[in-house]
Design a protein around this ligand. Sequence first.
Ligand code: GLA
Length: 345
Amino acid sequence: MEQLTNRAAYAPDSPSLKEVFRDRFHIGAAVNTWDLDPVSENGRVILKQFGILTLENESKPVYIHPEEDRYFFDRFDRFADFGRDNGIRLRGHTLVWHGQCPDWFFRDGDADTSHDRLLSRMREHIGTVVSRYRGRVAVWDVLNEVLRDEGGLRESRWYRIAGEDYIPAAFFAAREADPAARLVINDYNLESSEAKADTMTALLEKLIRDGVPVDAAGLQMHLNLFTDMELLRKNVRKIADLRRLKPDFRLEVTELDLSCYRWGDSAADLCWTEELERAFREKYTELFHLFLELEREGILDTVVFWGLNDGVSWLNGFPVRRKNYPLLIGRENRLKQAFFDVAGL
Ligand code: GLA
């Protein structure tokens, strides 16, 4: 049985992660607009625990810009208002991605659009969205998942039509639209794939040397109980080392969770055991030790969990529907032992 305590994440006398780490880093979560009700249970968890928020889906192009001439900003506006009203820092996620991006970006009738047209659509999208929230959204995931799992650039439709050019162009467009926002390149498995970490480091090195306005690498950190921590540390250190080229370069942990299944494994529900619980607590503790170490060096200032609690995590539905337990806040917003371990560091 997973070690849920009888303490609720929203209870006034429970510890608050954002308070515990107030002087260290922004602690946050991915949320959905239906959670942004200050009197609901999830809304109270958000207000109590988190100082930075990302919209899990509703700010992706497929939702806000489904047709070339139509934007739907109502949900993003709600998110922005919630941030303003409650003094919460906001991340915009995500401007350019191969996933959840409508087809019209890439098409002209039945054929692929041209290089120039795709870039001009991208610039228009970035300019419109980022300037609308200028000064209100502090951080943008400008590019998401532009690398292949085995290293090298992903052969997405962005890449096939525009080549590498879309990468710097996206950052320049975002910088122009909000000169003060932090601009991030975000990806997964940077921790567990040396080839991917190497490609990210080489790409960032080139972008920085070319004067492209990229401020941070987003480490998604969709981890699992089997993640090799030595390798994780080595890969993170490699990317952190880019600071030698750009002193104000930062890392952000953008989508943290810790699955109990191996990456790519589609096993059915497993029964939560004491052994899993021990591994889970140890891994979270080790991770936060590393985060604190990176914070002391001034390179990491943001840690965002991907979801509010275990019950709503995407990992209950990916890659197959089954129960998962990846966060520090369990089902029904009960705090786990691991939450107290981390809060006690
Ligand atoms: C990626 C994306 C997120 C989200 C997760 C799964 O990590 O960056 O926006 O879609 O996958 O939920």
